[in-house]
Design a binder for this molecule. Structure first.
Ligand SMILES: *[C@@H]1O[C@H](CO)[C@@H](O)[C@H](O)[C@H]1NC(C)=O
Ligand SMILES: *[C@@H]1O[C@H](CO)[C@@H](O)[C@H](O)[C@H]1NC(C)=O
Ligand SMILES: *[C@@H]1O[C@H](CO)[C@@H](O)[C@H](O)[C@H]1NC(C)=O
Ligand SMILES: *[C@@H]1O[C@H](CO)[C@@H](O)[C@H](O)[C@H]1NC(C)=O
Ligand SMILES: *[C@@H]1O[C@H](CO)[C@@H](O)[C@H](O)[C@H]1NC(C)=O
Ligand SMILES: *[C@@H]1O[C@H](CO)[C@@H](O)[C@H](O)[C@H]1NC(C)=O
Ligand SMILES: *[C@@H]1O[C@H](CO)[C@@H](O)[C@H](O)[C@H]1NC(C)=O
Ligand SMILES: *[C@@H]1O[C@H](CO)[C@@H](O)[C@H](O)[C@H]1NC(C)=O
Ligand SMILES: *[C@@H]1O[C@H](CO)[C@@H](O)[C@H](O)[C@H]1NC(C)=O
Ligand SMILES: *[C@@H]1O[C@H](CO)[C@@H](O)[C@H](O)[C@H]1NC(C)=O
Length: 696
């Protein structure tokens, strides 16, 4: 008999009490109703047929959004502070936390704010919290056989994201001296609450994620940061969408990573309109690793090489020359493939390899002294090598080294320790997931970008620097890249804005961050589908001039317009019994007061035609006049009606519409980027306008 066990989430009070009692493994109910149970398919079906059960969906697993690569960001955010900052609690749903990291020193912190209702769970490798990290819990509803059944961080990811968001200033030494300077979080005075939902053996399951949202909301966190995700799903079966909606209802904005599946389009995750979806961009600091050759030449590449070389150079050989000739034609020696090299020829030498990377693991196993990996398309972030190593451009530095090996009898080289360098203005990282999104077509995602390349932040000594068990380097800091690293920067920016404007709604804070973001330098054709409104500018966001606010009822009307029925909407918002046909359908292409404007042209050979209805709230000066300034490319006409907004008081709201027209887009054009900026000569309130033509 083939017995399948299914996990289901019921996000509603259950009618069938009997089944519930028998199979329940966890009841949500602090912030929303529902439970998780092991059920057979026919039991699930039976439940679905009952009146009060609005949805049953299977438990799936999500994963953290980091690449296994490290590099450096100078100082995260240098900001002026509001005294209430230390009352702000940043909640993170992640892999746990390590209090060994100096970022979490609580010297000078008073007791937790009086609003805090959470607690600190202890267990293996986790002895307790302090006045900086005021809460820590773990969720393993499946009873998976995990090590460290506690909030301990045996991955390092959660410690890194937590310290990026709200770590105090600590540790001037960087990672073994690389990237020295102070690493600190965006809201360095804020408090941290960690909800461990990710486990090394199984990732982060839906049910644990939902349980963590439930408790974080009830515990009184002020902003939630979630650097993980899975494939996009309709909102009623997406725990991230459901959890963050409930958070939003309590005034808590959720910041999520966009995913690391770029640069392909249609890869963005965590796309609900009430979530802040964050892309990863670079900063002005990069890492450089230099190879010194025996002939006095030098070649530079990228990596995080923590090893300090001795005085002497090492013999240098290419994979081709180190090939194991007696192997049976297996593997590509030039690329240093596993099994292709002779251990005798590699031992004690630096090996030059062509190809895609990760050969450092092969060379380590053969007792090589180091590796130079020549790649045709160097990545835009740095990777920590497990032995002395560097990635070089195959067409420039690689050629030089290859030529030197060929033309010298006793070639020699040494790989120096990594140093930090300057790099041009921000660009969107290649790995950062791109839009358009596949769930709500006419909402632009990601929303924003923040630093996510080469970020130095706290780390856990329960993990090694590369995550590889054969690595013996452990540190309380590490350098990582990923949209995972970008997300907590935005959570910190949210907390920062909130500390000045405690009365602003989550949508208002999101609008402030989006309309004041700095448009990104566009390196590839995906434009705003990669960067959203641009890179955050938290200081400007304190004083945005105008806000695009969104009420709960407008979210519900939006969901009705998107085709969600009453029961699906019931799951998302947590109440039942309303009826979409009793709600006025919102007008316009997207039907929501979003701070950016986006339309996908379907069918793709049709003319461009879209209307966006918007309403802005004046939070600048009482009397002010804003003028619309539109930038549009050829082939797209944009009319703003009216094009002047005259406010006579604070908090006054005024409406306008934006009408897009144009002929069908030419064959080769996939995207048209435009923008609307409201300007009162003191504030610039900018929204990207993006027209996208999907491939047939
Ligand atoms: C603490 O963590 C270490 C490293 O991960 C592990 O070997 C050890 O078993 C853990 N201790 C407990 C009590 O789980
Ligand atoms: C070369 O490959 C053969 C066949 O796989 C293997 O037996 C031998 O140990 C290898 N020699 C060296 C020096 O690695
Ligand atoms: C070996 O790998 C390199 C780098 O990927 C490639 O350029 C070369 O063509 C490969 N050689 C063979 C024989 O496959
Ligand atoms: C070095 O020699 C190898 C073959 O021995 C050849 O494939 C390679 O192209 C040479 N490199 C340069 C830069 O001349
Ligand atoms: C935005 O809307 C919410 C709910 O509709 C309201 O409470 C809030 O005052 C509005 N304005 C701002 C600036 O948040
Ligand atoms: C509501 O929508 C869901 C998901 O599309 C569907 O499974 C369900 O049958 C619908 N319910 C009704 C009453 O139409
Ligand atoms: C929703 O409202 C419409 C119009 O008022 C009514 O015809 C319909 O039966 C209602 N549907 C439900 C499920 O109550
Ligand atoms: C647009 O494409 C559809 C389907 O390929 C085709 O039937 C239609 O004729 C096209 N319309 C125009 C105006 O080219
Ligand atoms: C706004 O402008 C009106 C008309 O110019 C003026 O009467 C009023 O005093 C002004 N209010 C403020 C707050 O400046
Ligand atoms: C917009 O406002 C800025 C000041 O923030 C001003 O320098 C600029 O001239 C204005 N631009 C337009 C087109 O009005």
């Amino acid at each position: 008999m083939n017995v399948l066990i299914f996990f289901f989430l019921f996000v509603f009070p259950l009618y069938s009490r009997q089944l519930a009692r028998e199979y329940k493994i966890h009841s949500y109910g602090k912030s929303f109703n529902g439970f998780v149970a092991h059920l057979l398919p026919h039991e699930a079906q039976k439940l679905l047929e009952e009146d009060n059960v609005v949805s049953v969906f299977p438990n799936t697993h999500n994963k953290i959004h980091t690449t296994r690569s490290w590099d450096y960001l100078g100082l995260p955010l240098r900001l002026s502070r509001h005294s209430v900052e230390s009352n702000i609690i940043v909640g993170l749903l992640d892999t746990g936390i390590s209090l060994d990291c100096p970022s979490f020193n609580d010297k000078g912190y008073g007791p937790p704010p009086s609003t805090w209702k959470g607690k600190c769970v202890t267990g293996p490798n986790f002895t307790g919290c302090n006045n900086k990290v005021i809460g820590a819990k773990f969720f393993n509803l499946q009873n998976a056989p995990v090590t460290n059944l506690s909030p301990a961080d045996d991955d390092g990811h959660g410690t890194h994201t937590a310290s990026t968001a709200a770590g105090g200033a600590g540790g001037g030494g960087g990672l073994d001296g690389i990237g020295g300077g102070t690493a600190r979080g965006g809201v360095a005075r804020a408090r941290i609450a960690m909800y461990k939902v990710c486990w090394s053996i199984m990732g982060c399951s839906d049910m644990d994620l939902l349980a963590a949202f439930d408790e974080a909301i009830a515990d009184g966190v002020n902003v939630i940061s979630v650097s993980l995700g899975g494939s996009p799903r309709m909102f009623f079966s997406d725990p991230m969408a459901i959890g963050s909606f409930h958070a939003m209802q309590r005034g808590i904005l959720t910041s999520c990573s966009a995913g690391n599946d770029g640069p392909s389009t249609m890869t963005v995750q965590n796309v609900a309109p009430w979530i802040l979806t964050v892309a990863a961009s670079s900063t002005d600091r990069r890492f450089s690793t230099v190879v010194a050759l025996g002939d006095g030449e030098k070649a530079a590449g990228m990596s995080i090489n923590t090893f300090t070389p001795g005085k002497n150079m090492y013999p240098l050989i290419s994979g081709e020359l180190a090939s194991n000739v007696s192997r049976d034609g297996y593997g590509n020696a030039s690329a240093c493939d596993y099994g292709s090299l002779s251990k005798e020829k590699v031992m004690g030498k630096i090996v030059y390899c062509l190809g895609t990377g990760n050969q450092d693991y092969v060379i380590k196993e053969l007792d090589g002294a180091g590796t130079i990996m020549a790649v045709e398309d160097p990545s835009d972030y740095s990777t920590t090598t497990i032995i002395p190593g560097v990635y070089v451009d195959a067409f420039s530095a690689g050629k030089t080294i290859d030529h030197y090996i060929n033309s010298t009898k006793n070639a020699q080289a040494v790989i120096l320790k990594t140093i930090s360098t300057r790099s041009p203005a921000p660009y969107v990282a290649s790995f950062s997931s791109r839009g358009p999104q596949s769930i709500t077509f006419n909402i632009l995602k990601p929303d924003l970008s923040a630093p996510g390349v080469d970020i130095l932040a706290g780390f856990s000594k329960l993990a090694t620097l590369t995550g590889d068990p054969k690595d013996n380097r452990r540190n309380v800091f590490n350098i990582l890249s990923g949209t995972s690293m970008a997300c907590p920067h935005v959570a910190a920016a949210v907390a920062y804005v909130k500390s000045f404007h405690p009365d602003w709604s989550p949508a208002a804070i999101k609008s402030a961050l989006m309309t004041t973001a700095t448009p990104m330098r566009i390196k590839d054709k995906t434009a705003e589908l990669g960067s959203g409104s641009g890179q955050i500018n938290p200081v400007r966001a304190l004083n945005p001039g105008l806000l695009y606010n969104i009420s709960m009822n407008s979210y519900i009307a939006f969901l009705c317009k998107e085709g969600y029925n009453s029961s699906s909407i019931g799951i998302i918002i947590g109440t039942k019994g309303f009826n979409c046909s009793t709600i006025d359908s919102p007008q316009g292409t997207d039907g929501i007061n979003y701070p950016s404007m986006h339309v996908q042209i379907v069918p793709s050979n049709s003319s461009i035609s879209a209307v966006f209805y918007r309403r802005v709230t004046n939070v600048g000066f009482g009397n002010s006049t804003y003028k619309a300034r539109v930038i549009a490319p050829e082939g797209l006409s944009i009319e703003v009606v009216p094009d002047t907004l005259k406010f006579s008081g604070l908090h006054q709201e005024l409406s306008f519409k934006v009408v897009l027209k144009g002929p069908p887009m030419p064959e080769e054009t996939k995207i048209l980027s435009a923008s609307l900026e409201w300007n009162d000569s003191k504030h610039r309130v900018r929204s990207p306008i993006v027209v996208y033509k999907p491939t047939l």
